[in-house]
Design a protein around this ligand. Sequence first.
Ligand code: GDP
Ligand code: MG
Length: 166
Amino acid sequence: KSGFISIIGRPNVGKSTFLNRVIGQKIAIMSDKPQTTRNKIQGVLTREQSQMVFIDTPGIHKPKHKLGEFMIKVSKNTLREVDVIMFMVNAEQAIGKGDEFILELLEGTKTPVFLVINKIDQIHPDELIGIIESYKGKFNFSEIIPISALEGNNIDNLLATIENYL
Ligand code: GDP
Ligand code: MG
């Protein structure tokens, strides 16, 4: 199995930390090589059962007012072409305008969207239910997976779940 995964989310939620942890030394990071005009390969993870190509989606992390209609179209086209969208959020922060902008772009997409709640090492386990509930009302996520990219918690489960969608 193989497939493309787009990691999207506000700045500082932990996207790079996740990629660095997952991709480790196993593969070469090719962040400067454009795959197409719109997708940038950030890394490839080769597992026993699968190969996962992580790509960046230009434009999607920026605030709305700076985005032209063309960029929005480009972002949407990219998101349509991937197998899984990982929408990463910070467990420490309430849902914000930046998150809502991204969820708006995702509205109506047929691509499975995972809510990945990162930095769970920073919260009390009891808080997780409330965080999950606050996002559940905003979007129909295919999967909701809490992780700590920094400490490595639940990353294996996330990757195994992604594999099911490839
Ligand atoms: P990006 O902008 O989404 O790529 O975010 P980065 O990966 O650059 O991370 C932003 C900051 O959050 C850095 O200081 C990371 O060390 C920190 N960070 C990322 N993941 C975690 C996590 O799971 N737990 C904690 N406590 N910090 C994290
Ligand atoms: Mg980054």
